[in-house]
Design a protein around this ligand. Structure first.
Ligand code: SAM
Ligand code: SF4
Length: 454
């Protein structure tokens, strides 16, 4: 890399010309928290005189913000690093690995794979990125993987994309130690931001024109700051004038006290959609996963949600092929999904993650073929349920929030979203992004609803 000074991120210093800022491309893999963290990193780097660019060709530095939750995410990142080196042959580029993979795979990244990584920063170390880049430019192996007990970024305002929705991290980390999950190791212990700090940020977002906020956390509904719990936070955020919709992800079923459900029922701004990750429908598997609820307790929670919030949209996460899961135990997951009829579901094959309790104690003994067979059956089931549930909306009138004035498929259609988090496609009209309108649902696939203005 070209030389650059210790105090400013500049490059190509030509006499008489102002020094050029070093240009950074950021790529994000994984969950919304990573999308949000990328926005934080952009803000940190821009303050330090780096320039953010959009294409690989323009970049002096490429940072991959990674996910370690499932194996396919980290395979993608390895592939991408090789790809960058291959395409940039002869033109130097620095590569940095950020996020969960950084924490999880430090040794492998630097030593075992010959991946040519210049620096590594864990999820709590982004403020140190400018320093790490400088150390790496000086030829040092630069990394910081310290995990913090406190929220590290309360004073950083993310460089957000324009749009209707702003993500906002309200807590980080997780104390639950589900046996399959790497998050407690890569993201550390739970810590929450104060209600005042969050509400302050939401007020700025409203002033900037955002209509919706999505509160984020690895285990968002276990939010707690001093005497304030998640229900209080939801209510306070919903009070901010200008914010029309409040969503949250990703919650755990154990942290849905009545007050949270009652608030969602009573407050129009709190969207009628709850994501309730079940993971399995079998008690022995749930116990091995350390999920802390039984099938019956889970089903009771779903029944309560439906009783208190009529018409609530429900979604879930499922893992198939957890170690020792038998055909009969898998059938319990199948019947759970069939009985509950979720509006949508994210279904994953179990993938063994280093450091986790399952990796240490339970051999990954369900064959790949079995996992495939199970995931295909659940995906087919869910598709038919989603179609049935979407078709049940035909003729209803929904309030929808416009997200885009054209769709990926057509410039003459707009994309909006209803309260239950379903995409509604309408013919283009005078509406702008952020407008709310009423639409009659006239058609449905398993994925989207089609609407007409009323
Ligand atoms: N906190 C949420 C909860 O308690 O359910 C989930 C957050 S987790 C980061 C996102 C989803 O990834 C999980 O719900 C789970 O279905 C999936 N997942 C996590 N670890 C996995 C693994 N080792 N193999 C397959 N899927 C996994
Ligand atoms: Fe992972 Fe969610 Fe379990 Fe925490 S609660 S360990 S984030 S699956």
């Amino acid at each position: 890399m070209s030389e650059h000074s210790e105090n400013s991120a500049t490059n190509g210093n030509t006499v008489g010309n102002p020094p050029r800022k070093m240009r950074v491309l950021l790529e994000t893999y994984g969950c919304q928290m990573n999308e949000y963290d990328t926005e934080l990193v952009k803000s940190i780097l821009e303050k330090d005189q780096f320039a953010i660019v959009k294409t690989e060709n323009e970049a002096d530095i490429i940072m991959l913000n990674t996910c370690a939750v499932r194996e396919n995410a980290h395979r993608k990142v390895y592939g991408r690093v090789h790809d960058i080196h291959h395409r940039r042959e002869g033109r130097p580029v620095m590569i940095g690995i950020l996020g969960c993979m950084a924490t999880n795979l430090r040794q492998e990244l630097f030593e075992n794979r010959g991946l040519k990584i210049d620096f590594i920063a864990g999820p709590d170390s982004y403020k140190r990125l400018p320093t790490l880049i400088r150390e790496a430019s000086a030829g040092e192996q630069a990394f910081d993987l310290t995990l913090s007990e406190f929220e590290t970024y309360s004073d950083v305002f993310p460089a957000r994309k324009e749009g209707v929705n702003a993500w906002i991290a309200v807590m980080r980390g997780c104390n639950n130690f589900c046996t399959f999950c790497v998050v407690p190791y890569t993201r550390g212990r739970e810590r929450s931001r104060s209600v005042e700090n969050i509400v302050g940020e939401v007020k700025v977002l409203a002033a900037d024109g955002f209509k919706q906020v999505t509160l984020l956390g690895q285990n968002v509904n276990s939010y707690r700051h001093e005497e304030h719990d998640f229900a209080h936070l939801l209510e306070e955020v919903a009070k901010v004038p200008g914010i029309e919709r409040v969503r949250f992800t990703s919650p755990h079923p154990k942290d849905f006290p009545d007050r949270v459900i009652d608030s969602i029922a009573a407050n129009k701004k709190l969207c009628n959609h709850m994501h309730v990750p079940a993971q399995s429908g079998n008690d022995r598997v749930l116990d091995m996963m350390n999920r802390t609820y039984t099938r019956k307790e889970y089903l009771d929670l779903i029944a309560k949600m439906r009783a208190k919030v009529p018409g609530v949209a429900l979604s879930t996460d499922i893992i198939v092929g957890f170690p020792t899961e038998t055909d009969a135990e898998f059938e319990d997951t199948f019947t759970l999904m069939k009985d509950v009829e979720f509006d949508s579901a994210f279904i994953f094959k179990y993938s063994e993650r280093k450091q986790t309790i399952a990796a240490k104690k339970f051999p990954d003994d369900v064959s790949e073929d079995k996992k495939t067979e199970r995931i295909v059956r659940l995906n087919d089931l869910q598709k038919s349920i989603s179609l049935k549930k979407n078709r049940a909306h035909l003729g209803e009138i929904h309030e929808v929030l416009v997200e885009a004035t054209q769709t990926a498929k057509s410039e003459t259609e707009i994309q909006a979203r209803n309260d239950g988090n379903k995409i509604v496609i309408l013919k283009a009209g005078p509406e702008q992004v952020g407008d709310i309108l009423k639409a009659r649902i006239v058609d449905a696939t398993n994925y989207v609803l089609k609407g007409e203005r009323v």
